[in-house]
Design a protein around this ligand. Structure first.
Ligand SMILES: Nc1ncnc2c1ncn2[C@@H]1O[C@H](COP(=O)(O)OP(=O)(O)OP(=O)(O)O)[C@@H](O)[C@H]1O
Length: 703
């Protein structure tokens, strides 16, 4: 347990490395993590930056403030006594003393606010950096399981939450609360021990009632937050598919879907609201309840049979004697009961999310702290040794969970309707107490069902996508993978870059198992262009030079890769791109055509000067002429001999010049050889080539 907690509290480079080394297994998303208050406290404190001079200042301020708080009621009592005794000098002395104490306190308080603000800012930045590094250190599987928008929320809200929790002001508020309560209780005791007992009993009873209410609210909040997560997911999905929605004219359908989901989560909101109202009423009634308790205490003291004028006199006496203490008691009750459930729930929810993020270890060690001095790369000798792979069991999508929640809701509604009609039949048999028991049981049943549902959905097994695959690629070779859609080509590329680990078998780079190598070296060695390249919302130059460490490039380097990738063709056209390389590409490169994006992505990969270049249908969005030009450049690169070129292509004309072609089917290599060798085999490859030739012939005839 201790080591578990320790691992949560550290994200230094060393810890990250050791954690990762010991933890090569696939990450499985855990159930919602509910940390204890102690864990939260310890977790938060790892971000606390210690600055001894400000701590010293603060302690002086806190001690002084506490002293003023303790002494104030006594000074005021002295003032009151001085007024009663008509001692003007004594009163003047006490008032001056009081004002002086308060004046010094105000100056200290001003300085304290300033220090607190600076410290808060610093902590927030540090926490943000830490959370971001933690998120970035996760592997690909993590990002498939988690929505980016939710991670962004955690980053923002989490850092604010921790910074706020750690602010000295906040720590002091709690410290201050304790001092205030203790000093006021002492003062009440000083006035009347009976009053203190009365106060403690009332407080205790209040706490029990509020705690029960609070537990109920917490349960409902959790349910509501699950539904809200699903809602976020669906809204996100809808916005990402806005063009599809416009095309199919399904705006109203989607809007009513969201409306229904909002209505569903409103049910919990209503119940929460009602309970919160109840706790609010109880809280405001606290004053009256203390009042009643006090009167009861008076009756106890003087006896119930006492004449009414004696009772009235006693009430007046006790009220007069206890008035100050009585007010203090009420103040304390208000402080203690000041919406603890809100503080507790929000805090716990936030802390749980962030701690879970830190707790979830990366399945594959992600070396985000590249050693900038080490620029070594693999040479490009690659071996797949009997590799089999299935995608890791992952959390089912929230959309699926949502569907099941809806089914569950329907069956619960039906159950409730059944119960209502059966209730109507024998109305008088149930008392109101039994009714609430019943609805409690329903809620519990519903929760258990939801839990079971989540467990069922927590993981589902997948099929093997790659089966006992073995092949060798030599340094400087130009190889291609072909095969029908879904046969596993892109999966091989993902395994090569170690986005996932093999389920069995091994992948060797320069005779070293990639599991034993630095992921930094591996990623440094590989340049990759995917089918749908994504660009940063910045200018073209930024995107092309993205992978170059520390701006270590010249204008000639950029010009060279632009020429090779075909970027020069459009980017230096002053009419269409007056700002040239400084043209902004827009979010996800939306201001560019698919072909332009692909060419920029090729330039970006080449700029990195990798030893291994992987093109996964990298020219698929280019027109025939541009594809031919880029292909010529790729062929030239391949001929240079020091670059290992791995290409996935559907258009077989693009790979005719490759040294070796692997033909895949259901994750297995069915044929391998050069274009000419494969054609002579009369197998799958020849069929594929024929399909494409026939298709092109037909096109030509139509023209
Ligand atoms: N992230 C993933 N999680 C689960 N299954 C996946 C994932 N990515 C791909 N698959 C599955 O793995 C199989 C192989 O997919 P892969 O993308 O490797 O095929 P491909 O040959 O590259 O297809 P295409 O030519 O259409 O790009 C498919 O059945 C696909 O559904």
């Amino acid at each position: 347990m201790l080591s578990k907690i320790k691992s949560i509290f550290s994200l230094s480079k060393e810890n990250l490395e050791t954690n990762n080394k010991n933890n090569n297994q696939i990450p499985v998303k855990e159930e919602e993590y509910v940390p204890s208050a102690f864990e939260i406290l310890k977790f938060n404190f790892q971000f606390l930056k210690i600055d001894y001079s400000s701590i010293l200042y603060r302690y002086i301020y806190y001690i002084y403030d506490s002293y003023v708080r303790v002494i104030t009621p006594f000074i005021l009592l002295e003032v009151k006594n001085a007024i009663v005794e008509n001692d003007f000098e004594k009163m003047k002395y006490q008032i001056v003393k009081y004002m002086l104490l308060k004046f010094i306190l105000q100056i200290l308080c001003f300085l304290d606010t300033k220090i607190n603000y600076n410290q808060n800012q610093e902590t927030e930045q540090q926490v943000q950096k830490s959370i971001l590094e933690n998120i970035l250190s996760k592997d690909v599987q993590f990002f498939e399981d988690n929505k980016i928008t939710q991670l962004a929320d955690t980053l923002k809200q989490g850092s604010e939450y921790i910074a706020n929790e750690l602010s000295y002001g906040n720590i002091y508020q709690k410290f201050n609360l304790a001092i205030t309560i203790i000093s006021k209780m002492y003062f009440i005791y000083y006035l009347s021990p009976y009053l203190l007992i009365n106060f403690l009993v009332t407080c205790f009873l209040f706490q029990i009632v509020m705690f029960l209410l609070f537990l109920k609210i917490e349960k409902l909040q959790e349910k509501k937050s699950k539904k809200n997560d699903v809602l976020d997911f669906v809204v996100d999905d809808i916005l990402n598919n806005i063009t599809v929605i416009k095309t199919f004219g399904t705006e109203l359908k989607e809007s009513s879907r969201i409306q229904n989901m909002i209505l569903k989560s409103e049910e919990e909101s209503k119940q929460i609201n009602a309970l919160q109202q109840m706790s609010y009423v109880l809280r405001s009634a606290s004053f009256e309840i203390v009042n009643i308790c006090l009167i009861l205490q008076i009756f106890f003291q003087i006896g119930l049979s006492a004449p009414i004028n004696q009772v009235a006199q006693s009430i007046t006496d006790i009220f007069q004697a206890n008035y100050y203490g009585f007010q203090l008691a009420n103040q304390i009750i208000r402080i203690i009961l000041n919406k603890p459930e809100n503080y507790y729930l929000d805090g716990k929810k936030q802390a749980g999310k962030i701690m879970q993020l830190f707790k979830l270890q990366s399945g594959i060690p992600q070396d985000i702290y590249y050693d900038k001095k080490d620029e070594s790369q693999f040479t490009g000798d690659i071996v797949f040794d009997n590799v089999s792979f299935k995608y890791p069991a992952s959390k089912d999508s929230l959309a699926k969970i949502n569907q099941k929640i809806q089914q569950e809701d329907k069956s619960i509604e039906n159950n409730q309707q059944d119960q209502i009609s059966s209730k109507q039949q024998d109305e008088l048999e149930y008392s109101s107490d039994q009714d609430s028991d019943l609805s409690d049981q329903n809620l519990q049943k519903e929760d258990t069902k939801l839990l079971e549902l989540n467990k069922q959905n927590s993981a589902f097994e997948r099929e093997y996508v790659i089966n006992n695959l073995s092949f060798k690629i030599k340094q400087g070779q130009y190889v291609a993978f072909v095969g029908k859609s879904g046969c596993g080509k892109s999966t091989i590329i993902k395994l090569l870059q170690r986005y996932y680990d093999t389920t069995s078998g091994s992948i060797l780079f320069d005779n070293q198992n990639i599991r034993d190598c630095s992921i930094g070296k591996l990623r440094r060695s590989v340049g990759f262009v995917s089918q749908e390249p994504s660009l940063f919302d910045n200018d073209i130059e930024y995107n092309i030079t993205y992978g170059s460490i520390d701006s270590d490039y010249t204008d000639e380097d950029i010009q060279k890769v632009c020429d090779m990738s075909g970027v020069s063709e459009f980017v230096f056209d002053k009419n269409r791109f007056p700002k040239g390389l400084k043209t902004l590409v827009g979010s996800k490169g939306m201001k560019l055509s698919g072909g332009q994006k692909q060419r920029i992505a090729i330039a970006r990969a080449l700029m990195k000067k990798p030893k291994i270049l992987i093109l996964d249908e990298a020219t698929s969005s280019l027109d025939a002429e541009s594809e031919h030009q880029v292909q010529q450049q790729i062929d030239k690169l391949a001929q240079q001999g020091d670059l290992t070129l791995i290409v996935v292509a559907h258009r077989l004309s693009t790979i005719a010049k490759s040294d070796k072609i692997f033909v895949l089917k259901h994750g297995e290599i069915k044929e391998e050889g050069t274009h000419a060798e494969l054609l002579s085999k009369n197998g799958i490859y020849k069929k594929l080539v024929h399909y494409q030739i026939n298709f092109q012939d037909k096109l030509k005839k139509q023209i």
